[in-house]
Design a protein around this ligand. Sequence first.
Ligand SMILES: Cc1ncc(COP(=O)(O)O)c(C=O)c1O
Length: 141
Amino acid sequence: MTLGLDLGYRDRFYIPRAADGGESVYLCGHSLGLQPKTVRAYIAQELRDWELLGVDGHFRARHPWVEYNKLLTEQTARLVGAQPLEVVTMNSLTVNLHLMMVSFYRPTARRHRIVVEENAFPSDQYAVKSGFMASIPRGHW
Ligand SMILES: Cc1ncc(COP(=O)(O)O)c(C=O)c1O
């Protein structure tokens, strides 16, 4: 199947073939997108810096790791319609879920339910369960 609209992005990614060997359209609603063709070179660069610099890569790598969060600030702000000061790109999805549960889940007697899809990713389920458990005062489990 060929898309009618091609903005030139399709060629930038490796797109898995359909089961019958034909072209496919890749629609994925969660975190694992397509592999950009440039990603191998970017990862190789970081591995080289790690190999040659070890812990000093935090400060001397081509893209110093200690400030890696700043590399995506402008793009992330544009993506979500926020000011650069209002965003930070950090952690893994699961860690961020834990942080959101700790920061925002404030159950009351009337409002305490958490709705999660039935087959949620295992780490999502653990994050929600542990956030729920953390909201219960010790001795009340
Ligand atoms: C829906 C969903 N939840 C959680 C994860 C785990 O992400 P992470 O390893 O960044 O915590 C993934 C990863 O693919 C995911 O798709």
